[in-house]
Design a protein around this ligand. Structure first.
Ligand code: NAD
Ligand code: ZN
Ligand code: ZN
Length: 344
């Protein structure tokens, strides 16, 4: 079969590999669609040895069951499913509470990160990772598994603070951010302020339900503060889907006292924490900071439900498998609106 693999650090190429065989409890899935996440760029950029090579990337997967392995019940050839990408140990305290995204035993990784993923004609996944998607288009289902699930999990963490009429600032309206805006619009009654460097992304944010959009330029903080009424108020919740120094500075400068800052983007920025004594504070008092990772299987089921209800839907740009490397080049240059989805 054809697969797009990271064959060495930084090298992404289409190669021919044997079609994998599902082991006991696993399923061979014919990949219908696989999203191109910005995290894959971080994986490609990581130093040698950090991620296994060669590896088939692609952790946002939806497809059709081709062949269930030994002992698999409940899944038959032709069934359509989305893939929950995390494989926790199933035994630690976090896993036992359904929080496999906090597994204490298995280092953060998953399908397409620490074992072969979906940028291929077929992928083998544990049957326990499959969720039914009903009649949902697989091109729509794939981005729900990360671009949808991760911001949904972040919104779930912040939900107590997302009271009607409060303000939520979403920084970075790309694959995750444009889903974050829709999830907020569909499941809360907050004012949504979207921030991005790119005008097309801001236009997308408006179409997805943002009430205000702000270009991330040197005046951005002043304009956001004006919208959220700071002083004396501020943004009750800030979801940073970029995570570089510039966005973290914006985030901590607009978040309200007692607010929540959710650092979703893995851009490598630093968030200084200095309590108030004799210098300006780096964060307001009572602020809490979360670093959400992906989400839980139960949350993915809810995200799929939002998709099935037509309350959220990814803006997608599709690419055939052999053009997957080009899709990642465009993503790196900031030239993808919404999510690039590869259709093998
Ligand atoms: P993306 O490339 O699709 O979107 C990024 C968006 O941020 C783009 O619209 C871009 O214009 C905007 N942007 C870039 N720099 C900016 C700046 N300085 N100010 C404002 N906007 C800026 O990326 P994505 O796939 O949505 O992923 C976003 C980040 O989230 C990545 O770092 C990714 O690795 C991370 N991520 C984290 C998790 C998690 O579990 N925490 C899961 C998936 C992705
Ligand atoms: Zn991802
Ligand atoms: Zn575990």
């Amino acid at each position: 079969m054809r697969a797009v693999r990271m064959t060495a650090p930084g090298v992404l190429e289409q190669v021919a590999v044997p079609t994998p065989t599902p082991g006991p409890g696993e399923v061979l899935l014919a990949v219908g669609a696989v999203g191109a996440c910005h995290s894959d760029l971080h994986v490609l950029d990581a130093p040698a040895g950090f991620f296994p090579t060669p590896i088939t990337l692609g952790h946002e997967i939806a497809g059709t069951v081709e062949a269930p392995g030994a002992g698999v019940t409940g899944w038959s050839p032709g069934d359509r499913a989305a893939v929950y990408g995390i494989i926790g140990c199933g035994r630690c305290r976090a896993c036992l509470r359904g929080r496999e995204n906090q597994c204490r035993q298995v280092p953060p990784g998953g399908i397409g990160l620490s074992r072969d993923g979906g940028l291929a004609e077929y992928v083998v996944v544990p049957a326990s990772r499959l969720l039914p998607v009903g009649g949902l288009d697989l091109i729509q289902a794939a981005p729900l598994t990360d671009a949808g699930l991760t911001p949904y999990h972040a919104v779930e963490l912040a939900r107590p603070a997302l009271r009607p009429g409060t303000c939520c600032v979403v920084i970075g309206v790309g694959g995750l951010g444009h889903m974050a805006v829709q999830i907020l619009a569909a499941t809360t009654a907050v004012q949504i302020v979207a921030v991005d460097t790119d005008l097309a992304a801001l236009d997308l944010a408006t179409r997805m339900g943002a009430h205000h959009v702000v270009r991330a330029d040197p005046d951005a903080v002043d304009r956001i503060r004006e919208i959220v009424g700071f002083p004396p108020d501020g943004a009750d919740v800030v979801i940073d889907c970029v995570g570089v120094d510039a966005t973290l500075t914006t985030a901590r400068t607009v978040v309200a006292t007692g607010g929540r800052l959710l650092l979703v983007g893995l851009g490598g920025g630093t968030l200084p924490v200095r309590p108030v004594v004799d210098a300006p504070p780096t964060l307001p008092l009572e602020v809490s900071v979360d670093i959400p990772f992906w989400g839980t299987r139960a949350e993915l089921q809810e995200v799929i439900a939002l998709g099935q209800l037509g309350l959220i839907s990814a803006e997608v740009q599709t690419f055939p498998l052999d053009r997957a490397p080009e899709a990642y080049d465009l993503l790196r240059r900031g030239e993808i609106q919404g999510r690039a989805v590869v259709v093998p």
